[in-house]
Ligand binder design. Structure first.
Ligand code: GTP
Ligand code: MG
Length: 371
């Protein structure tokens, strides 16, 4: 990030802050009564997360051994030093590895070479990529016009980001997608379930039931196919994305939602000094999400709240609005605007293969529909 971008970001943050806070208060008010219960839930969640992480580590010990052809004792030491997979070893320096695992540098070099072979980070010919792209699935938004803007719906193997001001429909789309992904393919779904990381605590099962009913699904069944996790910190959120892999591996999940991607990061990393570490963490988080999309042929939908500014009328409204934080991360970026009578305008901003354009859809009691 250049100095100027950092400055813009800072300016924008200060402008956003009061409104954002006001909105938060409103959003969370009904939930404050539940606070003690939530706290204890959080504790137990954290406990179980730790447990499952330990299980995972045990499994990975074996994996690490198998991957790099190293003995159990060395594997354990490497694990403890934070080397969890072949890739982390392949990219390390012999000196570091030798110190971490208490082995000779020659042995470290050998392990690194073996790990590199296993990783197969080599180039792929474009025809193979084309082959892989043929397996791309499409997920309907519920509005034909909106789908058309996206070339037929949200793509798998990609991250789609919706950004816009409060109430522009980002979370409504999220809940609608969680329903639609369950539809059969000929109806625009992916015949599978959804993982929903809810960092703003705005997921509403009753809203999902309304939408499911409209799509001809059994509302109770629809809820069972959505796994929701509430994130209370950016660390929670990052861990959830990492743990999502287990569910995707098991199969039956083709959609991962993060609503919202950066609000927790924004509130935790305040001030200019924190920007670099925030960005670093966000990048890591996004790369986890990209991996999920890519490896498991899944769709990732993320949201990003930005404020509309009065000076938007001069110049491009979509450029200076904090969106640039993620400017180079999502595959598709949609800018959402409110219009009269429940209407919403979606504008496709960044796409590797589609023209920029706009679509109008509506948010109704039934969910996302054509205007
Ligand atoms: P933030 O999370 O605050 O940044 O906003 P968002 O973009 O996620 O907004 P969200 O998707 O939650 O949209 C909220 C808006 O959707 C409301 O202001 C309503 O206009 C509309 N909406 C939500 N539920 C219903 C409903 O049951 N019926 C109708 N007609 N509209 C609804
Ligand atoms: Mg929302």
């Amino acid at each position: 990030m250049t100095d100027e971008e950092i400055k813009n970001e800072e300016e924008q943050k200060t402008e956003e802050a009061p409104e954002e806070e006001a909105e938060k208060v409103e959003e969370t008010t009904p939930e404050t009564e539940e606070t003690p219960k939530e706290d204890s839930e959080e504790d137990s969640e954290e406990d179980s997360e730790e447990d499952s992480e330990e299980d995972e580590d045990e499994e990975e010990d074996e994996g690490l051994e198998a991957l790099t052809g190293i003995g159990p004792a060395t594997a354990k030491k490497l694990e403890e030093a934070g080397y969890h997979d072949a890739k982390s070893i392949a990219t390390s320096a012999p000196g570091d590895l030798s110190a971490a695992a208490d082995i000779s540098e020659a042995k470290a070099k050998k392990i690194i070479t073996l790990a590199k072979d296993k990783c197969d980070m080599g180039f792929e010919t474009a025809d193979k990529l084309m082959e892989k792209r043929k397996s791309i699935g499409r997920l309907t938004t519920g509005s034909e016009e909106f789908d058309k803007l996206l070339g037929g719906g949200l793509e798998t193997q990609a991250i789609t980001e919706a950004f816009g001001e409060f109430g522009s429909g980002k979370s409504q789309i999220a809940m609608q997608l969680a329903v639609n992904v369950q539809l059969p393919e000929d109806k625009g779904g992916l015949n599978s379930g959804c993982l929903y990381i809810d960092s703003e605590h705005t997921f509403r099962p009753e809203r999902v039931m309304q939408m499911a009913e409209h799509m001809g699904l059994n509302p109770e069944d629809a809820l069972k196919n959505i796994k929701v996790a509430r994130a209370y910190s950016s660390d929670d959120q990052m861990l959830m994305a990492e743990q999502a892999e287990q569910y995707l591996q098991e199969g039956g999940i083709k959609l991962v939602i993060v609503d919202s991607l950066i609000s927790l990061f924004r509130s935790e990393y305040v001030g200019r000094g924190a920007l670099a570490s925030r960005q670093q963490k966000l990048n890591r988080h996004l790369s986890t999400l990209h991996r999920l999309a890519d490896v498991y042929n899944a769709t990732v939908y993320i949201t990003n709240q930005v404020m509309s500014k009065p000076d938007m009328f001069f110049g491009d409204p979509t450029k200076p609005v904090g969106g640039h934080i993620l400017g180079h991360s999502a595959t598709f970026r949609i800018y959402l605007r409110k219009s009269k009578g429940g209407k919403r305008i979606a504008r496709l901003i960044d796409s590797p293969n589609l023209p920029e354009g706009e679509a109008i859809f509506k948010v109704t009691g039934d969910g996302i529909v054509d205007n």
